[in-house]
Design a protein around this ligand. Structure first.
Ligand SMILES: *[C@@H]1O[C@H](CO)[C@@H](O)[C@H](O)[C@H]1NC(C)=O
Ligand SMILES: *[C@@H]1O[C@H](CO)[C@@H](O)[C@H](O)[C@H]1NC(C)=O
Ligand SMILES: *[C@@H]1O[C@H](CO)[C@@H](O)[C@H](O)[C@H]1NC(C)=O
Ligand SMILES: *[C@@H]1O[C@H](CO)[C@@H](O)[C@H](O)[C@H]1NC(C)=O
Length: 592
């Protein structure tokens, strides 16, 4: 450095200018003499379960999110940006691959719609291509800091077939699974829903029956082989104890923090996760500032269990939930500030969104709302066809490239991020498979005014519950509901089951389907009378034809939510410091 400075000082200013000019031209011309541009960087934030009504720039006046709001002021706010699914595992699979989850086998067909255990064998198949895979091959430094929740291993613990490092990320620090109620201390459990309570009642009933029979035997009322009876009861009690032990160990087994392929904290300390993710992201930026990079920061916030550091505790107007949003926003600010300090802002596309809408049924034992607020939109998390479940708060910035302070209300999808990022990096999207995402660049820059999507399909699990139709002409966007969830009366959620299920017994099918003009009636209060005008019937049949064509385009892929892939598979369990399965991160690897 010193030597360079001296030799420059010895040169005449004219020579220096000449050298700088030649130097800058060199960087703009590739081997064939064509002009190439400096590769852009990507900083993508994903928040967990953040509702569209939870953010200042989306109309919230009481939660402080100045850092997210600043991204909107500097860039673009998307007011009709849609997740491809209303729960995190399929939604994130679609975000990373640009494909509807059903194409990769990541669309759940049952009650369990996320990967439940660290030792489950389902996850994002190794032959799927994420934007990180493409960019890494193009010479980018890539990292995921935060939540993955797309599986870890397939058939043996160390194959890491689904792991971020097998999906294009050069570095991983975060949660292979995610944060759930059971990961906190005294924060409740996701196991306590009506169906599990029903199972528990049956177990109790059988136990009482067995004990009463034993009691009657003692008094000689019934006669049977006492010994085989005792064996049977022993087995039964053993099973109950095993189940109990398993439930008690949930936190230890699943709430783990990994650095690359190693478990570094088990169970993780929830309160300090966000500052640690922040520190890791800041360190990554410092280290990779000279190379093109893609940094994906996926917060475990604002999902329950809710916890923050002391600094944010009790500071918001919305209890634990608001505190968590404000800490998450603080983290966004720290990372954005680093980008500025390192002079990277002008060459970085920043994107921030949420994997699905706010979780309406998430209410604490004290009755406090621990899930997000979806503003004027109906429904919430887990409701694949309802706006509240899939319309997510989204902002982007790239000063000098994207118009500052603009707002786009055209329908766009999180799957579009794949195509947009890949094409901005001057790479090709894979040609050997169906990609559903479209390049949003022309819409974002204002070169185009209409959505690149004519149709979007809204899946709930493996079922298409609704579809959106943006005709090329005119200003309307139509929403068609084929199936809607059966809400708890008087609410917009399913409070008995903690989330709304997607299938028969929990939903209502509509024939003819329900039609709304979502562009002019975003709250879906004015059902269109489809028999009042022929054009409405045409709209419905256009959508039905598009749904059919889409279905034909889906080729079957191995189902990652098959029961055999969801169940706890003991030999896939990762554990630090075996057999204790207990350790704390010393942060020694912070500098990558
Ligand atoms: C702001 O967000 C909080 C927390 O989700 C919610 O309770 C409140 O209603 C929101 N306020 C507005 C004006 O949307
Ligand atoms: C459609 O939107 C454009 C731009 O917002 C506006 O100028 C035009 O009048 C609208 N047309 C109709 C039919 O509403
Ligand atoms: C729908 O439109 C038809 C034809 O105009 C009319 O006969 C019918 O009463 C309308 N239905 C409702 C519920 O308004
Ligand atoms: C990945 O492999 C599965 C099973 O062999 C296959 O069904 C699927 O089409 C493959 N996906 C891609 C994108 O090649």
């Amino acid at each position: 450095m010193m030597r360079l400075y001296r030799s420059q000082a010895a040169m005449s200013p004219a020579v220096l200018v000449l050298m700088l000019t030649v130097g800058s031209q060199l960087s703009l011309v590739d081997g064939d003499g064509r002009k190439v541009q400096q590769k852009p960087n990507f900083l993508l934030f994903m928040v967990d379960d953040l509702g569209i009504g939870d953010v200042g720039c989306f109309g919230n006046t009481t939660i402080r999110t100045p850092n997210i709001d600043r991204i909107a002021t500097n860039g673009v706010k998307l007011t009709q940006h849609l997740a491809a699914a209303a729960v995190c595992t399929p939604s994130r699979a679609a975000f990373l691959t640009g494909r509807y989850p059903i194409r990769s086998g990541m669309a759940p067909s049952g009650q369990m719609r996320v990967i439940p255990f660290l030792a489950s064998s389902g996850g994002l198949p190794a032959n799927e291509t994420t934007f990180a895979t493409v960019l890494k091959q193009a010479g980018y430094d890539t990292a995921l800091i935060g939540k993955w929740h797309l599986g870890v291993s397939c058939s043996n613990r160390n194959d890491f077939c689904h792991h971020p490092l097998n999906h294009g990320f050069g570095y991983f620090y975060g949660l292979p699974l995610g944060n759930v109620r059971d990961c906190g201390i005294n924060t409740g459990t996701v196991m306590r829903t009506k169906p599990t309570e029903q199972i528990i009642s049956v177990v109790i009933a059988i136990t009482v029956l067995l004990l009463s029979v034993a009691f009657l035997k003692l008094y000689g009322v019934v006669y049977y082989n006492w010994r085989s009876y005792c064996n049977f009861v022993g087995l039964w009690v053993g099973l109950i104890l095993l189940g109990f032990f398993f439930l008690r160990s949930f936190r230890t087994l699943n709430c783990v923090l990994m650095r690359n392929k190693a478990v570094v904290e088990q169970p993780f300390h929830l309160e300090t996760l966000t500052p640690r993710f922040t520190e890791e992201a800041v360190a990554f930026l410092h280290q990779k500032k000279d190379s093109p990079f893609l940094l994906y920061v996926a917060y475990s916030k604002v999902h329950t269990a809710l916890a923050t550091t002391e600094r944010f505790r009790g500071k918001s107007q919305h209890g634990d939930y608001g505190d968590n949003i404000e800490e998450m926003d603080w983290s966004v600010g720290e990372i954005m500030k680093t980008l500025d300090d390192l002079g990277l802002t002008e060459n970085t596309l920043v994107y921030l969104s949420s994997d699905n809408g706010g979780h309406l049924e998430e209410v604490s034992a004290q009755g406090e709302a621990h899930g997000g607020w979806n503003s004027i939109y109906k429904g919430g998390k887990a409701q694949g066809g309802m706006e509240g479940g899939i319309r997510v708060p989204t902002v982007l910035q790239w000063p000098g490239k994207l118009p500052a302070g603009s707002e786009i209300s055209e329908p766009t999808s999180q799957m579009d991020v794949f195509t947009t990022v890949v094409e901005l990096a001057n790479q090709k999207v894979p040609q050997d498979r169906q990609i559903d995402g479209k390049n949003l660049w022309p819409l974002l820059t204002g070169e185009e005014t209409a959505s690149p999507h004519e149709f979007l399909f809204h899946y709930c699990g493996t079922w298409i519950h609704a579809a959106r139709y943006r005709p090329r002409q005119g200003n309307s966007t139509w929403k068609v509901h084929f199936t809607t969830p059966d809400w708890t009366p008087g609410t917009m959620g399913c409070f008995d089951t903690l989330v709304c299920y997607c299938y028969q017994g929990y939903v209502t099918h509509h024939d003819p389907p329900l039609l709304y003009d979502i562009a002019h009636d975003p709250t879906e209060d004015n059902l269109v009378n489809i028999s009042s005008d022929k054009k409405y019937q045409q709209i419905i049949s256009s959508v039905e034809n598009a749904v059919e064509a889409h279905r034909r385009s889906v080729s079957p892929a191995p189902n990652q939510f098959a029961p055999s892939k969801l169940i706890f598979t003991p030999w896939l369990q990762h554990c630090c410091n075996f057999p204790y399965c207990s350790c704390e991160d010393d942060m020694k690897g912070v500098h990558l």
